[in-house]
Design a protein around this ligand. Structure first.
Ligand code: ZN
Length: 274
């Protein structure tokens, strides 16, 4: 929106500049007569002798070059304005006034046009090993239903899973998706090493966050102390960020398996208003 105001302003400015440069203050009507119409007039400007404008400015319009220069200046002004704007506000050139989050996730899903199907649930006992219990308390009772999540976000997560499998050889597993406010509060009560976010303070409550890990054989690998898993988390973060999501691996309290979509319009802290 701003760009049109800016370009209009630049255009008007260029018009003013052309007028100031070429048109005399008085006798303007005579001067704006195109060259073609002035051809019939005597070279010394006899027909316009009654007008008191300075002859030097009047004569400028006898040269076709002056007209070409004026037209070029008027045509170039919006282009220069657009270029300047693109250099200073590259994101807003497309008409995005929203600065909270790029909607790449949305774009990707719709542009690819491919509807991905969530994988079937993993066997429950895969979440009951000693390693899992140590890495992720209360994981057995986590919600892993894809249908509880935002549909567009699901498509983006499935695309990440596909890239991780096809391009990097990592089979990914969903550990937790939607999380009730009660469960969020329960996790927060376990201390800041588990989570610092209370009820309604996490995108999990809005169906816009997932926690993921890797499958090696039939075993879940969560720990980032495993170099293979850490390599996977780094790739996972890169792919997710490329698709417009936020990766928990960048946070001060690093959460390598966590990704979220900061969907425009969603505000943390309170239940969503219907
Ligand atoms: Zn999470």
């Amino acid at each position: 929106m701003v760009i049109w105001w800016l370009m209009g302003g630049v255009f008007l400015l260029a018009c003013g500049l052309v007028a100031a440069l070429f048109l005399p203050g008085r006798g303007r009507a005579a001067s704006v007569v195109p060259l073609a119409m002035q051809r019939g007039v005597a070279a010394d400007g006899n027909a316009l002798a009654g007008h008191p404008a300075p002859p030097s400015r009047r004569k400028i319009w006898r040269h076709p070059v002056a007209w070409v220069a004026a037209v070029l200046l008027l045509m170039l002004a919006p282009a220069v304005g657009t270029w300047w704007w693109s250099q200073h506000n590259p994101r807003q050139l497309d008409g995005y006034d929203d600065t909270s989050a790029p909607s790449d996730a949305q774009l990707t899903a719709s542009l690819e046009g491919e509807h991905l199907i969530p994988p079937p649930p993993l066997p429950p006992d895969i979440f009951l090993t000693a390693e899992v219990a140590q890495e992720r308390p209360l994981l057995a009772s986590a919600d892993r239903r894809w249908e509880q999540l935002d549909p567009l976000f699901v498509q983006t997560v499935l695309r990440i899973f596909k890239v991780m499998r096809d391009e990097h050889g990592y089979e990914m597993a969903l550990l937790e998706g939607w999380r009730s406010p009660n469960r969020q509060a329960q996790l927060a009560a376990q201390g800041p090493q588990v989570t610092q976010a209370g009820a309604w303070q996490s995108y999990h409550q809005f169906g816009l966050a997932v926690d993921c890990a890797f499958l090696r054989g039939n075993k879940l690998v969560i720990s980032e102390r495993d170099p293979w898993a850490m390599q996977g988390y780094t790739l996972f973060g890169q792919v997710a960020e490329r698709l417009g999501l936020t990766w928990g691996g960048r946070w001060k309290m690093m959460d390598f398996g966590h990704i979220e979509w900061r969907k425009p319009g969603v505000k943390l802290g309170a239940p969503p208003t219907p």
